[in-house]
Design a protein around this ligand. Structure first.
Ligand SMILES: [Zn+2]
Length: 459
């Protein structure tokens, strides 16, 4: 009898274990089914690493950026568009990990938790993913870089739709270069520089030093600074590119005077400068749907006039992504509140059901409405007094700031230009970064102006 009751007990243990196993399996399917269904080890959906049967990826005009036909996943018909959009759309090998093709593969495969791969089996097509980017404008951006490394991004600061996102170096995913891993022209080619490139902001940071001064030091805009070519501290000098003599903040911003801005940063103080930068998104997580975005960093040091002076002109340890740069411009253009950028406009299943649509999503306030208005008028003045409106189509009302960011004394600085149009019809915030390009206003401004003018003409 004893052995019989032992056997019954053992049997119950087996039943309990298999029930627990079943529950665990169900739980795994529910929580990770999408991952499993679209895993590159699942031969039903992948052939030689390619997501077969996956839905189309299209641009804002419905142009097909990526589609499946005859069991083959292929990209846009134009090689320059393919190269321009590589980092957004992705590739067939998973090299570009933070891309739509990779991060939205569950949607593209047509998988959902209730129906599994039913959509794919019945329609032989996964969901379609419509993007906000304009393929032709991205090609204009790619051409404007003329083979140089860098990043260009334009977004609608009223809706959040990203119209242009181009990172270089890049390559044609249909014709992968043989020397991609050996040729230094392809250094960092798998990184999307718009979202994952971290660079010193250089003089574009003076916009935030100005914001900190407006918020914390009433009267700073009326103060007269004297530039003899450098801001002097007991630890060393913050050098200026010119000898500007007497000038006030407005003129100092237009002329990008380091001497005045190193002094403004010291007047503001380390804590307030960092707080202002954090309000605009530094040291904060920023999202672009499921695509990874690196966090921009600022760590100002107390009681170090030299370091703080360099921080005030964007040349300390501060690092920023091009995406945060456009979001900052969007916040200023939008009265102090940024609209979060997004790339995916809509996801539609093969049966026509719209699973996901993007909408306006506001971020937390970066600065007061009054501060935003004052910054806007200063950035507009930069064009009127310094850069010239002629870079842009007539009547677009550009506002912005250039930057020439030093990285290494032996290397040419990075060229930045960041700004926005104060224009209801074309509410675009934009940034261009040209690595080792030299002067921001001479190199990065004409690059981004070409792209913005194209978008305004195309609309
Ligand atoms: Zn100066």
């Amino acid at each position: 009898m004893k052995s019989a009751s032992n056997r019954i007990r053992i049997m119950w243990i087996f039943i309990a274990l298999s029930l627990a196993g079943g529950v665990f399996l169900m739980f795994s399917i529910i929580t990770q089914g999408g991952e499993w269904a679209t895993s590159s080890r699942n031969a039903h959906l992948y052939v030689n690493g390619t997501l077969i049967g996956a839905g189309n990826i299209t641009d804002s005009n419905g142009e097909i950026l990526c589609a499946t036909s005859d069991g083959k996943r292929s990209f846009h018909e134009d090689g320059e568009v393919r190269s321009a959009l590589l980092h957004v759309v992705g590739d067939n090998h998973g090299y570009i990990s933070s891309s739509i093709q990779n991060q939205y593969r569950t949607n593209l495969s047509g998988y959902n938790r209730i129906m599994g791969v039913w959509e794919l089996c019945n329609f032989e097509q996964g969901s379609e993913v419509n993007l906000t980017v304009n393929a032709k404008a991205c090609r204009v951006a790619y051409e404007a870089l003329q083979g140089r490394k860098g990043a260009i991004c334009v977004y609608n600061y009223k809706t959040g739709a990203v119209l242009v996102s181009v990172s270089a170096p890049t390559y044609d995913p249909e014709n992968i270069p043989d020397d991609i891993n050996d040729n230094e022209a392809y250094d960092g080619v798998y990184i999307n520089r718009v979202t994952m490139g971290l660079y010193p902001p250089g003089s574009t940071f003076k916009v935030l030093t100005t914001a900190a001064a407006i918020d914390n030091l009433p009267g700073e805009s009326d103060k007269t600074f004297y530039c003899d070519g450098a801001y002097h501290t007991s630890y060393g000098d913050v050098n200026c590119m010119g000898e500007h003599g007497d000038l006030q903040m407005k003129e100092a911003l237009a002329k990008s005077c380091n001497t005045a801005y190193a002094e403004i940063a010291n007047d503001v103080g380390a804590k307030s400068l960092q707080k202002t930068a954090e309000n605009f998104g530094y040291n904060q997580k920023i999202s672009l749907g499921k695509l990874g975005v690196y966090t921009s960093q600022i760590h100002t040091k107390k009681d170090d006039a030299l370091e703080l002076g360099w921080a005030g002109v964007g040349q300390s340890t501060t690092l920023v992504t091009p995406l945060l740069q456009v979001r900052i411009m969007g916040a200023i253009a939008g009265g102090g509140v940024p609209v979060e950028p997004y790339l995916v406009q809509k996801v539609t299943t093969a049966s026509g059901f719209v699973k996901e649509t993007a909408g306006v999503k506001k971020g937390s306030r970066s600065c007061s409405e009054e501060t935003a208005a004052e910054l806007k008028s200063l950035l507009r003045n930069n064009f009127e007094e310094q850069y010239g409106d002629w870079h842009f189509n007539e009547g677009l009302n550009p506002c912005g700031k250039s930057g020439t960011a030093e990285t290494d004394p032996d290397k040419t600085p990075h060229a930045w230009f960041t700004g926005f149009l104060d224009n209801d019809e074309y509410p675009y915030a934009f940034v261009a970064l040209v690595e080792e390009g030299g002067s921001g206003s001479e190199v990065a401004l004409p690059v981004v102006a070409q792209v913005v003018n194209y978008l305004a003409d195309a609309q």
